[in-house]
Design a protein around this ligand. Sequence first.
Ligand code: ZN
Length: 139
Amino acid sequence: MHEQVYQSLMTPGPIPNAISEPFWSAARRNELALQRCEQCSQWFFYPRAHCPHCWSERISWHKASGQGVIKTFSVIHRPSHPAWLPAAPYVLALIELAEGPTMLSQLTGDRVVGAKIGQSVSLRCVPVGDFILPFFEPI
Ligand SMILES: [Zn+2]
């Protein structure tokens, strides 16, 4: 899409904290990091201090594949925050990650128009303002 527009956006960014910082650090390396429970072996997203499946606090960070499929998507013509207006229309999507969790993200790349539910996507981190956000590109 128009990635130079994204770099100029003045959007309110994510607020990394001690729990989520590994996720944002990975995005800066063009990688996706996910937490996995050492007790029940399940992956999960968003970043948490305990496993949402068994409540164990024995969790660890791992590099994820960055692969997934589009679960559903929506073309955004009227952003919920005015700072996103220069990028509109853009496509928000729920991505079912290969590891299992579902993640809300944005589609990017040349194949956004014509994207379909069930289509495979691959991680592509995009600079948005002062941040690097994990978007996904239909493949
Ligand atoms: Zn668990």
